[in-house]
Design a protein around this ligand. Structure first.
Ligand code: PML
Ligand code: MG
Ligand code: MG
Ligand code: MG
Length: 243
């Protein structure tokens, strides 16, 4: 008999005079019943002592998932590009995204969003041709959920592990053209561009130290079936096969 699995997710926020609710942190794991407690501990730890602020609200959701619905996918391959400046890092990211078919206008929208948005909880979905935002989720965005590694991958630090798992799930959709991400954490300046063909290309530095804007942009096909894309990202359980 296969063991029952649980999706365990966390989000943390802080009351903020300017923003109302300021996003602090989110996290996603999948585990068996006996793993729930250590996972909750790890997620609470992630939400606490966070560089974005002191959480006033932490929500942990634990939900049973049907084991036979889990999809198993390989991780994207990692490469790292170290640029001499933020400008050069941006131009490297743009060059890669252009080669994957993202229009100049869509790139301008994406870079503007990630450079100015300090309170994005999930991702923004953009039409890769027109640059139009397709989700109507506002600051909540679309959060990739029900995702984890099949086995612990000790070679990677927690942040990279988690980002690589999310990016691998996103890239696995036939509607995804590419993703652009950099952290909203003020002390972390590395981001990435990713897709099925190029893998997970880490680029640093994509922003200046101390800056709290960032997030994720999913560039999608003009012919995207939006509802089914969002349902896959949020609801289909995916485990990344370790190597
Ligand atoms: C995040 O902090 O949430 C995103 C981190 C993206 C880059 C992780 C990496 O170094 O590969
Ligand atoms: Mg986050
Ligand atoms: Mg406070
Ligand atoms: Mg963050």
């Amino acid at each position: 008999m296969l063991k029952t699995c649980y999706s365990i997710r966390m989000r943390a926020a802080e009351r903020s005079p300017e923003l109302g609710e300021k996003h602090i942190s989110g996290g996603e794991r999948i585990g068996s019943k006996s793993q729930i407690e250590p996972i909750v501990k790890q997620l609470l730890n992630k939400a606490s002592n966070h560089s974005r602020g002191d959480a006033d609200f932490i929500q942990i959701t634990i939900e049973k998932i049907a084991r036979d619905q889990i999809q198993y996918i390989p991780p994207l391959e990692i490469t790292t590009v170290e640029a001499a400046s933020i400008e050069m890092a941006h131009s490297e990211a743009r060059k890669i995204l252009t080669s994957l078919g993202v229009s100049e206008h869509a790139l301008n929208v994406a870079f503007h969003q990630l450079s100015s948005n300090q309170n994005l909880r999930g991702a923004i979905i953009l039409n890769s041709k027109t640059g139009l935002r397709l989700d109507n989720r506002g600051q909540k965005g679309v959060r990739v959920s029900r995702i984890d590694w099949q086995d612990a991958n000790g070679d990677l630090n927690e942040r990279v592990r988690e980002a690589l798992a999310l990016a691998s799930k996103v890239a696995n959709s036939p509607f995804t053209i590419a993703e652009l991400c950099w952290s909203d954490d003020p002390d972390y300046v590395t981001g990435y561009v990713s897709n099925r063909a190029i893998g997970y290309v880490r680029i640093t530095p994509l922003k200046r130290e101390g800056c709290e804007s960032g997030g994720r942009i999913y560039f999608v096909l003009d012919e995207v079936e939006l509802e089914s894309f969002i349902d896959y990202l949020e609801s289909v359980p995916v485990l990344i096969r370790g190597d």
